[in-house]
Design a protein around this ligand. Structure first.
Ligand SMILES: [Zn+2]
Length: 308
């Protein structure tokens, strides 16, 4: 493969119609907080996916053992307006999803929810056993006003840290200790508003895995998708967005997660991923199907169910 320098320019995608901002009457809001971290909040009850805020530099990630940075976690939670959470839920256990999940659970009183590998991270952080919840495929679990259904999926290709975490991991720990574990596609349902969203945090799928499921909105990961052939990207769209009948798709896992959240987001470099290539195919799918497609802005509270 030819190495290409530089990175995609996000400006081209930020001119697309934005996801509607939350209004005072929005019954449920969603905030994008980098990579695949999302805050679902109805004012009384809130859940967060992943909760990755430390974002260590590439050099630190390669050369040192990693630990959650309390200053960065605190800053992000404050800026996002998070007090307490009912759950922090991991899509899988790689460090760019789960490094801070236990720390976020500790600070917010949340349950840490995910597969058995995620539970090992909670044990390593000495979260009380009652606050560690292990999901099995097909489980529908209730946290506050939200029901979360765990559907087993596949990680994007290649999975650079394969396998399961089979013992409690205490920090600091090297990035390679954060093995993938189960990869989940998570259906988030909010009964009070009738709103639903699928949080699909890694760009892989199992054919038919979402048959019979419905979601109005999909938060769709595109990490590593741009290096896949067109057929794969089209099938990915069909197995996620089309399968659940979504009207709006918000893309995640495109930002350079080696930069702190205090700097503006930028795309991953072409050497790692190709957002432009993924966007060409996804934009065509969205136009064909009449689906809203957008890149989210950091921090802002949105109402994706109001998208037209
Ligand atoms: Zn991953």
């Amino acid at each position: 493969m030819q190495l290409r320098w530089g990175r995609p320019d996000l400006a081209a995608y930020q001119t697309q119609p934005a996801t509607p901002p939350a209004s005072p009457t929005s019954p449920l809001t969603v905030s994008f907080l980098g990579v695949t971290t999302l805050l679902f909040d109805d004012g009384d009850s809130a859940v967060m996916t992943d909760g990755f805020f430390t974002r260590p530099s590439l050099a630190r990630t390669l050369l040192t053992s990693l630990r959650s940075d309390p200053t960065r976690v605190e800053y992000a939670l404050r800026r996002a307006g998070v007090g307490t959470l009912d759950a922090v839920v991991c899509g899988h256990s790689h460090y760019d999803h789960a490094l801070d999940s236990a720390a976020v659970a500790q600070r917010t009183g949340a349950a840490l929810v995910g597969g058995e590998s995620t539970a090992q991270l909670g044990r390593g952080a000495q979260l009380p056993p009652g606050r560690i919840v292990t999901a099995a495929p097909g489980d529908a679990l209730t946290f506050g006003a939200f029901t979360l259904t765990f559907i087993e999926s596949e990680h994007s290709h290649p999975d650079r840290i394969r396998g399961v975490i089979d013992h409690a991991i205490a920090q600091p720990a090297p990035a390679r200790a954060y093995k993938c574990g189960e990869t989940w596609s998570i259906l988030v349902e909010h009964e009070k508003s009738g709103h639903s969203a699928l949080v699909h945090s890694s760009a892989g799928f199992r054919p038919g895995m979402l048959d019979g499921r419905r979601a109005d909105v999909v938060y769709l990961a595109v990490g590593q998708l741009g290096h896949q052939p067109r057929d794969f990207i089209e099938q990915y769209w069909a197995e996620t967005v089309t399968a659940v009948g979504a009207r709006a798709v918000i893309l995640t896992h495109w930002d350079d997660f080696f930069r702190p959240l205090t700097k503006p987001l930028r795309a991953l470099p072409y050497a790692v991923d190709d957002l432009d290539a993924a966007m060409r195919v996804l934009t065509a799918c969205a136009e064909r199907d009449g689906v809203h497609l957008g890149l989210p802005a950091l921090w802002s509270r949105t109402d994706p169910w109001a998208a037209r």
